[in-house]
Design a protein around this ligand. Structure first.
Ligand code: FE
Length: 154
């Protein structure tokens, strides 16, 4: 996993008011130790969970989906849709800076990988067959996410 910015960078704040300063290597190690083996495989080693197996696929509660590693809010439940793919799908991020897109040429495919805009944790991939208005389908691993229901503390 590669952080999207180096720790030496000045503190950055997103348009929605969240600190995007990447965790220090020590902090990242501390956070990674709290993950389950499956979460670690997905977030830190670009793993993919099997389709129709993730715990958040059928979650329809109102709330916000956060990065499981660093807790940055990534997607609102209002942007979640039923894609039929077997993975939680969203048509737009919580904040454009919170989800970073980069090319992934692994497995003989050319795909857009999505990573957390703060910690660089692997989230999933982005495809262009999503619904209007964005046409994007952000295809997520449940293991990358922590759901916080409206009215609940993060
Ligand atoms: Fe993160």
């Amino acid at each position: 996993m590669t952080p999207t910015t180096s720790p030496q960078d000045k503190p950055r704040t997103s348009a929605s008011g969240h600190d995007l300063t990447p965790p220090s290597p020590d902090e990242l190690q501390r956070l990674a130790a709290l993950l389950s083996p499956d979460e670690r495989r997905v977030l830190l080693h670009q793993g993919t969970e099997p389709a129709f197996c993730g715990g958040l696929l059928n979650n329809k509660k109102p709330g916000v989906y956060h990065c499981r590693l660093c807790d940055l809010p990534l997607f609102r439940s209002s942007a979640k849709f039923e894609s039929g793919t077997g993975w939680p799908s969203f048509f737009e991020p919580f904040d454009a800076e919170h989800v970073v897109v980069r090319w992934d040429m692994s497995h003989g495919m050319s795909r857009e990988e999505i990573v957390c805009g703060r910690c660089g944790g692997h989230l999933g991939h982005r495809f262009d067959d999503g619904p209007k208005p964005t046409g994007h389908r952000y295809c997520l691993n449940s293991a990358s996410l922590k759901f916080v229901a409206d009215g609940e503390a993060a």
